[in-house]
Design a protein around this ligand. Structure first.
Ligand SMILES: C[S@@+](CC[C@H](N)C(=O)[O-])C[C@H]1O[C@@H](n2cnc3c(N)ncnc32)[C@H](O)[C@@H]1O
Length: 222
């Protein structure tokens, strides 16, 4: 009886943590957002180091969570403007807190909204980033199309994630990702997703010994 209770508790706790990763909420959600920001820092730095970001770029970070990447992007584009967007109120609150100085200076803006319907006109951004978030998006092909819509011609989409199917820790993630209800794409499926959405110069990168993926594509000029 005691064992059944323990197992039930573990399952409930795991379910709660998984829901929080997908859409953090409340006071505990805000703590989780901060913890995720810390745990994604090295991977984010690795991915952003390989991105071309002009000093005056206008950038959108979709699924910005606690806003750490927004902060890094603001440093990379000191004459630019950065927008962080997330559909979770808890993430938006933490991201606004993290970027308070830059928001005050008018260089950063944090908005609540979904990748499914980005609240921006066509051709607004030079770069759109999505870090450790695309697994949770409701309809990947149309969400990536939506990102293309808000990119300027020649603008880049930079997707950075901790895992892809077929990477070094494939067995662990093959168990965890279905529990999270998360999309789990292979390297080739990431490329196909971008190519089929009309991106050009599509490429993926990995870091030896890690399960990380960087997938990039450019919106065609025309
Ligand atoms: C695992 S966290 C990663 C956050 C941040 N990018 C980082 O690296 O720490 C995933 C974030 O994506 C957000 N998210 C998930 N689905 C979303 C959607 N449809 N539209 C906007 N944000 C979304 C969640 O609210 C959460 O803040």
């Amino acid at each position: 009886m005691f064992l059944i209770l323990k197992v039930a508790l573990v399952v409930l706790l795991a379910g709660w943590v998984f829901r929080q990763c997908r859409k953090p909420s409340g006071w505990l959600g805000r703590r989780i957002v901060r913890a995720m920001s810390l745990s994604h820092a090295t991977m984010t730095d690795w991915g952003l180091r390989q991105a071309t970001v002009e000093k005056n770029a206008v950038i959108l970070d979709v699924g910005c969570g606690g806003g750490s990447a927004v902060n890094k992007l603001a440093a990379m584009a000191p004459q630019g403007r950065i927008v962080g967007l997330d559909y979770s109120a808890a993430s938006v609150a933490v991201a606004r807190d993290k970027n308070a100085r830059e928001i005050e200076a008018g260089r950063v803006q944090i908005e609540q909204g979904s990748v499914a319907s980005l609240p921006f006109p066509d051709c607004t951004f030079d770069v759109v980033t999505g870090i450790e978030t695309h697994y949770y998006w409701p309809d990947l092909p149309s969400n990536v199309q939506e990102i293309k819509r808000v990119l300027k011609p020649g603008g880049s989409f930079v997707l950075i994630a901790e895992t892809y199917r077929g990477g070094p820790f494939r067995l662990l993630y093959a168990l965890v990702m279905p529990l999270l209800g998360a999309a789990f794409l292979s390297d080739q499926e990431h490329r196909d997703l971008l190519i089929q959405s009309g991106f050009v110069d599509v490429a993926t990168e990995h870091l030896r010994g890690k399960n990380w993926i960087l997938a990039t594509g450019r919106r065609q000029f025309r």
